[in-house]
Design a protein. Structure first.
Length: 59
């Protein structure tokens, strides 16, 4: 799933659900202990407030 999400962002960085992809990718990378990459994607998810993600900011 990580590879698929990375490919989505590479093929179309302005994908309408990019915020959701960054959020889920960040969570998966955190579980795999890739904390630097996880932080990058979680930060990008927070910055992109144009499209709401499935999770709230508290989650």
């Amino acid at each position: 799933a990580i590879k698929a999400f990375q490919e989505v962002l590479w093929v179309d960085p302005s994908f309408p659900r990019a915020c959701e992809v960054h959020l889920r990718l960040g969570l998966m990378l955190k579980v795999h202990a890739d904390f630097e990459a996880a932080l990058k994607h979680l930060t990008l998810a927070l910055i992109d407030a144009s499209t709401p993600a499935t999770f709230s900011k508290l989650e």
